[in-house]
Design a protein. Sequence first.
Length: 276
Amino acid sequence: MRHMKEDIGCAGTLIRPAVPQDGERIATLMREGVSDTVRRITIMCSPRLGRFVADELAAGGAQEYVVAVFDGRVMGTSAWRHADGSLHLDHLYVAPELRGRGIGSALVLDGLRRIRRSGESCLLLDVFDDTPRAVAWYRSWNMRQEQEFAWIQLPLPAGGPRSGRDLPSEWAEAQARQARYGFSQFTLSTATGTYRVGRLGERLFRCGTFGILDDVAALEELARFDPQRQLLCVGPATEVPIVVLRSGSIVARSERLTAPCEDVMACLESKVRRSS
């Protein structure tokens, strides 16, 4: 893979694909780049996040991690994913002391120039609303809001004793990943529906659909798995079940932003020229 030398704001910054040895430093940048709330409700809550990143890099996982090296140290990182014909920017973090000096722009331009595949016309990213400076920066690329999401946390009903149902088929694998990384996923099926459920640390289950909130059997089954956990449910802000807010609360909001890749590239390149 080609390495990219950038001289925008931080002379001598090297943009290169990440290697497994970068895992711990990438995890540190990720944790430092979010609020306490976001850290608690995402995989950033895990002290073993660096191990996960290193394993993903070694195995060639779905995300492509990139780092920005300044003065011999990794000071920025981005992570990219290809899905549904679009290029997704899943992570973008720069060390606090070097923010505003062009490293973030360099990482995004590298992704648009090198990682984007033929036919991927749109860039997508998610940003939490508790980082208004980041939201404003992304919007300055002429990105528009595609959807807003609400993150609701609520207690589970009493699950009672185990019902004798079989554990999910991938439960053993999920247990191993939980032990190794501090987070994991499994599939939960009931007569009503099938749900992809995550576990974050020791306190939360997470599900990406409000539909599970109408499935009493699914909620009770989660409580049987671990009665100490609460459920974090993520869905469109326009579809928040009002009745749920009687026992739960919205702990975070996020936006999905999108723009044509060519427009973002032209905007960032123009910013770079003006700062030169």
